[in-house]
Design a protein around this ligand. Sequence first.
Ligand SMILES: Cc1cc2nc3c(=O)[nH]c(=O)nc-3n(C[C@H](O)[C@H](O)[C@H](O)COP(=O)(O)O)c2cc1C
Length: 216
Amino acid sequence: MADLPVQDLRRNYQTGSLLEADAPAAPLPLFRTWFDAALKSGTPEPNAMTLATVDSRGRPRARTVLLKGIEDSGLVFYTNYDSEKGHELSRAPACSLCFWWPTLERQVRVCGLVERISAAESDAYFASRPRPSKLGAIASDQSRVVPNREALERRFAAVDAEYAHREIPRPPHWGGYRVRPDEFEFWQGRANRMHDRLRYRLLDGRGNWSRERLSP
Ligand SMILES: Cc1cc2nc3c(=O)[nH]c(=O)nc-3n(C[C@H](O)[C@H](O)[C@H](O)COP(=O)(O)O)c2cc1C
């Protein structure tokens, strides 16, 4: 294949701005406002976010997960506690999240400590999921090597049959994490690469945040 024209891909961002006058003293209200705008903007899967964790050798590892809760206490996502990311979060319970909303030319980065949500909260969310998603959570040993596609499909069919006439309980290895943010960065693309960046850092346990403008 001929060289792909990667180096010629560029876009001049000019959709919006982020000025101090538009930025509240704490970051969560601004995150909610931006998330709502992303929902309305037609950006596909606005709740998809990159989740970066650190492995036992200190190497960062990133993958996409879906944001499923925006709470005053933190941001919630769901996964398999026995997955690679689950083991990484057990060893090093901190992460970085990154959202990219292209239609708005906005990025949001979040850092914080991570904790498991309660079993009751995970149960409630699991119960709300469609049946095939519940079966998938039981059938998949997420991040483990499988011999082939057929083995996965056999396993799904077996779980499907096992629960044909029964409620599907949440498997204990599946549940939610809450990221308790201590840093947010809001990035708004601007013309000529002179983007707006506002960073918030948690100052204390009373919910006071610093707010600084960073050079693009
Ligand atoms: C758009 C998108 C959304 C995803 N959402 C989730 C999710 O909410 N939870 C999850 O465990 N994996 C999700 N995945 C799959 C993960 O990216 C990843 O493949 C999986 O969690 C295994 O990661 P690990 O081996 O690092 O633990 C999603 C992938 C994509 C592309």
